[in-house]
Design a protein around this ligand. Structure first.
Ligand SMILES: Nc1ncnc2c1ncn2[C@@H]1O[C@H](COP(=O)(O)OP(=O)(O)O)[C@@H](O)[C@H]1O
Ligand SMILES: [Mg+2]
Length: 329
């Protein structure tokens, strides 16, 4: 991977009448990278993509894609990019082939290579045998794959995917990611995607977490999770009250949460910590569980909120831990 930047963004701002949707974001995307914007609904992800794709005019700041300024060189930017919108944008009453043909006209793909390009991209997403079927006979996942194929028709340097697997079931999401991963192996392409699914963000080389129009952190998924401050350990013992006191005495730096059924705390390198701990702990241990922090934990740690409302139970311990940390400070 060449280390130069293909997307450069400086202090980009987009204001609508009474909202600042994007509030001064700066970042760079390296050539060949899969870069993600992760954040809750309304964070400003689509608005950012739309400015980078020249569909919206920035209020202030600057951005370039493939070396072209998004305000001054719109045509060159458009030729450099492929775009899959958050909302479906296929014509349901046309066949897959017709949808793709229409796109080759818009993008001025030369007539003599249209056929070859179309069969190439259909093949890429495994839809060759359904090319002549009307799109309204396709499943949600097939439609999404067709949209990705369409985004690739003119060999873009950067493929923008706005919530590529929104509304699809987890199995179909994985399927789509298999295609994207495969594509990255075969083609020199940079991917910029937005998502509010943390599992999806895990596919990125680097992630910017965006909230309320601002980037609150930017790093590799691994580093972001390391920043949470350790693995989450849940301990059940014969006598949690006694265990709590011993833990507090032995590990004065660690916040220990007393939950109704267990004790919960964070420890770096949890897998190294547990064996010794079990051997030496004076209270009888009934069970001990270790959980790696997730990107949800990262978001929660930074904002005090969850990216989405589902899965709140698994996070309640961490939330308590965070609140406790705040109270002590
Ligand atoms: N055309 C528009 N006019 C007014 N407000 C908008 C418009 N587009 C987006 N917004 C607002 O900007 C904020 C960011 O929206 P959006 O970029 O779509 O977020 P995301 O894609 O992260 O869910 C939201 O508060 C949204 O309501
Ligand atoms: Mg959006």
């Amino acid at each position: 991977m060449d280390n130069s930047s293909i997307v450069e963004v400086e202090e980009l701002v987009k204001k609508f009448e009474n909202t600042t949707a994007v509030d001064g974001v700066s970042f760079e995307v390296k050539r060949g990278e899969t870069f993600g914007f992760l954040g809750p609904n309304g964070a400003g992800k689509t608005t950012t993509i739309n400015m980078l794709c020249t569909l919206l005019k920035p209020t202030s700041g600057r951005a370039s894609v493939n070396g072209y300024d998004v305000s001054a060189r719109k045509n060159e930017v458009r030729e450099s990019i492929g775009l899959v919108f958050q909302d479906p944008s296929l014509d349901d009453r046309l066949t897959a082939l017709e949808n793709l043909e229409f796109h080759t006209y818009i993008y001025h793909v030369p007539k003599d290579i249209r056929g070859r390009r179309i069969s190439e991209v259909l093949n890429m997403v495994g839809l060759s045998n359904r090319a002549d079927d009307m799109v309204n006979t396709y499943s949600g996942g097939m439609k999404r794959r067709l949209e990705i194929a369409r985004g690739l028709l003119h060999y873009p340097k950067v493929l923008f995917l706005d919530e590529p697997t929104i509304g699809l079931d987890p199995q179909t999401r994985n399927y789509i990611w298999d295609y994207i991963t495969d594509l990255k192996k075969r083609e020199e392409i940079t991917i910029f995607l937005t998502t509010h699914y943390m599992e999806e963000a895990e596919h990125c080389d680097r992630i910017a977490i965006i909230d309320d129009g601002k980037i609150i952190t930017l790093d590799t998924p691994e580093e972001l999770k390391n920043g949470v401050g350790g693995d989450v350990i849940r301990l059940k013992t014969e006598d949690d009250g006694k265990a709590y006191e011993i833990l507090q005495g032995e590990y004065p730096g660690i916040e220990i949460i007393r939950e109704p059924e267990c004790l919960c705390f964070k420890k770096e390198k949890g897998e190294d910590f547990i064996p010794n701990f079990i051997r030496n702990f004076p209270v009888r241990i009934n069970s001990i569980a270790l959980r790696r922090p997730t990107l949800d934990d990262v978001f929660l740690n930074l904002t005090g909120r969850e990216i989405r409302d589902e899965g709140a139970d698994s996070l309640s311990g961490l939330r308590q831990m965070r609140d406790l940390g705040k109270r002590k400070k």
